[in-house]
Structures are given as C-alpha cells and as structure tokens.
Design a protein around this ligand. Sequence first.
Ligand code: SF4
Length: 360
Amino acid sequence: MKNLYIHIPFCRSKCDYCAFYSETGCTEELKHAYIKRIGDELHKYDCSQIETVYIGGGTPTLLTVEQLEKLFDILHDRIAFNQLKECSIESNPETLDADKIALLHDCGVSRLSMGVQSFSENHRRTLGRRTSQTAIENALEITAANPFKHFNIDLIYGIPFQTPEDFRADLKRVKEAGCDHFSAYNLTIEEQTALAGEAIELDEDIACMMYEAAGSAFPFKRYEISNYALNDEAQCRHNKNVWSGETLLGIGAAASSFDGIDRWTQQYDIEAFLNGDEPEYDIIDAELRRMEIFAVNLRTVRGWQRAEWEKKFPFSWNLMLQKVENIAKLYDDCFVIERDVIRLNDKGLQFWNEIASELL
Ligand code: SF4
C-alpha cells in the first residue's frame, strides 16, 4: 500500500452539517484503547511502501499531547518517515495550542490542515460549528509563529444568508493567514445531519458565484473541484494519489482501503473497530472499478493523461476516448478531449456528479 489514512473519530461536539463518522463525549480510556488498536492493526500490514500519511477525522487534534505522542510513536515504529513524501493532519482551531503544534513539528508532520469553514461567527453558527473567533485567531497566530511546510484552511461556501462578498472576505483571510492551500466545499445537506432536519434552502446560483470566486482567488489555482494551491508542490499529494486510484490503507473506524482491485470500509463504530469486527467489502467487476477510478480523477483539473492511464490499464485509452466522446455529446462544452488528454474544463467540473453517473 502506498498511502495510509488514519481515522480519529473523536469530536468535541457535532457540527450540524457533518456527515463524517465521529463520536462526542468519549472517555480518555476509550481514546487510549483506540490508539493502541491502531498500532495492532498497523502491525498486520507491510508499511514499507507507504509514501503519504493522512490523519483525519473527526478531530485528530482533540487528542492530548500524550495521546498524539503515542500515535506518532506507533507510526514511526512502522513507517520510515524520512522517506515519506507527505504527512498531513487535520485540526480544529480550538484544539490547537503551542505544545501540540511543537509536537506535530517534532513528529514529522509536513502539512497542517485547519477546519475554519467560515471566518464569520454568524455563518459558523448557521453551520452549527462551535468554534469561537478567539480560538481561530489564536490558532492562526500560533501556526504563523511555527509554520509547517504546507498549511491548508478548509472553507465552506453556499451557507444560507452568506453573500458572495462574505465568501470573498473569507478568501482574503485565507491569503493573509499564509496558507499555501485551501479547500472550499459547497455546502450540501447530508441525510442524518442536524441540518437535514431544518427547512433550509440552498441557492445554487449564489453557490456558483462563490465557486467562481474561489477559482479566481489569485495566486491560488484550482487543481480539483474543491481544492486550490499556490503551486504544484503545495497540492495535497495524499489526496491526489487516492483520486488517481493508487492503493490506500485505511485504519480506524469508518476508514476505507483500496488494494488496487477491491475496496473495504471499517464499520462506522468505534467498538466494532476495537473488537476487530469485519469491514464491509465493496467487490465489483474490473470494468466497473476501472470506470470508477477514471471518474474520480476527472475531479482534478489535470484529468487523465494517456501515459498515466495506460500505466494502470494498458491498451484501454481509445476505449475511454470513445466513451467520453459519447458523454461529451450530452454535456456541451464541458470536456477537453485531445489525443492524449481527457479532462473537464471549469464548467464541466461543476457537472462532475452527473458526468460520473454517466460513466458508471
Ligand atoms: S465537521 Fe469536523 S469537527 Fe465538526 S463534527 Fe464533523 S468531523 Fe467533527
């Protein structure tokens, strides 16, 4: 496996829009047991080929300094960090302090991702995001004083009552914060979230204006539907690898793995992970898997280059060209199709969901 994802499913409180698997109110004892279990699980695998590590959640930085230290001891024991191309960790502002930041540096984290979502207290309140303005300012200050090689801020746009001007102000704050990367996700109302129970209407036209604003947030450049970087080096290597169908080992509750053929996902249940319960397997035929991999990487601005595709699936480029040419007839002015390149343009990226359904 070339990429490792560790899921830390603990949060201080549940945000109203969030569909990621996480639990609140967990005891320190449970967190210790969870970290230990990660170590046991990791020992089952050959980690010598791991190139990227991504610690996500949940809120990984809700772990104490001691717990984070333990987690990184486990990772260092199994993985040669000096050969890693990237080690990312997700964080929430209210869980960061100078000690934790120092520890993350010492442990070899090269990329800090901070979930801000909005710099406006009002919009965060609409999202049910319980982070104070002071916590954000403090976290940005500590991070600026102890910069990581790469620094990402997550934003959400299309929040009810958020104007394009409000979102542009967020983009400005991102630039001022010294990030080399930001992610901007269009708010969607996911089933079984608190927002799903509210009568909320999303305005697609305004969201579209915000998508365009993100795309022109110079000097950042969009490289995937929701991801923007200052340069190639600042792009998230782990995510790029996963989108392009590289192998992934996912450890932890709700974590997904892919061995190049099959996918499997651990149960959305901490106890099940602790008990070593069987994951759920997603076994589909090779043709469908190939289409799935093709579709996912079309989310990137770069799309597919013939040489990269044929390295994974020899002699199948012309077949993909034919398929895409047929779909392109239904989606006017959305594709860039050349002899050795298939990609979506800016307009096409906005229709990715529909185009992916056609492919699958
Ligand atoms: S958005 Fe992040 S912090 Fe909020 S509940 Fe979901 S995982 Fe936890």
